[in-house]
Design a protein around this ligand. Sequence first.
Ligand SMILES: Nc1ncnc2c1ncn2[C@@H]1O[C@H](COP(=O)(O)OP(=O)(O)OP(=O)(O)O)[C@@H](O)[C@H]1O
Ligand SMILES: [Mg+2]
Length: 389
Amino acid sequence: MGEKQAELLAGPASVLIVEDENIIALDVEQSLKKLGYKVSGLARSGAEAIEKATSCRPDVVLMDIRLGGPTDGIDTGGLLWSKMNIPVVFLTAYADEGTLERAKSAAPFGYVVKPFHDQELHAAIMMALFKHKAFQELEERVRERTILLEEAVRSRDEFLLVAAHELRTPLTALQLQLQGLERMVQGTLHSSPSDDERKIPGKIEKAVRSAGRLCALVERLLDVSGLGAEKLPLLREETSLSQVVMETVETFRAKAESAGCQVQLEVADPAIGTWDRSRLEQVVSNLLSNAIKYGGGKPVDVSVAADGKVAILKVADQGIGIAEADRERIFGRFERAVSLRHYGGLGLGLYITRRLVEAHGGTIWVDSSPGAGATFSVELPQGREAGRS
Ligand SMILES: Nc1ncnc2c1ncn2[C@@H]1O[C@H](COP(=O)(O)OP(=O)(O)OP(=O)(O)O)[C@@H](O)[C@H]1O
Ligand SMILES: [Mg+2]
């Protein structure tokens, strides 16, 4: 009966025996042969086990735990599984808590305590082989799912980009028309306008603002497609980071005030470098708008420092902060660490920011204590040579 079961998997399963005591090794070999398995080799040490497993690729390894030599069975078993994907069944005289605990680290497929009955050994090997097969099938399914998911993400990105592209032309036209209308209406109100007439300029102004917001959103989506390119073109010129920061903070005044948040500036040096001014404006705007959005109405500190080699910009808020697990991820495309219900956004600001900083040869990172705020730091080389373009 044993013979039949051992052959369930396309021919007899092959087993590598790792055992440093000759007599026991021969005994195990005999049992295996009786049970219908093919013994593909016998190794006496961890190193020999790896060598033989590499050359004969057994279906399963029967591993003694205490082996002579520098590596024991647990270390060797761990390597066989993690590097070569070969399932390991421990066959050992030891079953104390300490050994069992350590054995877990090798992710064994079975554990048989010596002395053993042939049927016990057989059951353990069979289970290991079936578990391994199920594991491989699961892995294959995960691989297929991953491909599907990657495909879905790609089509989403492509759809957004095409949509943004198509929306841009009519939106720009709409914005221009509304701005024209705004100019025409200014000064055309006669001396005693009706209530409705009085409301017209305000309504047009709101429409212009909404159109502006839509245009900015569409531009941002398009920016992402441009940023996908290998090399980002930069229009470098002598630029003062401090000046860019001061001007940008100024444009955020109203927004910060309406969020009840005070922006404090600390600028110690003009921080001159050969940078793309409008790209730096984007960097500062993205960080500042996040600090205001996620800053919980508490003060935001913006500082610039430079030493002639590098300039450092810091934007620190005292808001919700970012969990450690999210700190790298949020720089990815469409990655967010908050729910859309609480905070609107596309998850593109930091992605764009990082691409722009890196195009300048710089780095960006975040420090945060969740619940107590986040500090984003940007380091930019002041000399041109460090940049990529
Ligand atoms: N100052 C901050 N404090 C706490 N979380 C932040 C902060 N800045 C960014 N985050 C987190 O990082 C995520 C990504 O930020 P990013 O600026 O890329 O996107 P967004 O603000 O969600 O949308 P948008 O594309 O409009 O900027 C945010 O959704 C938020 O979870
Ligand atoms: Mg943002």
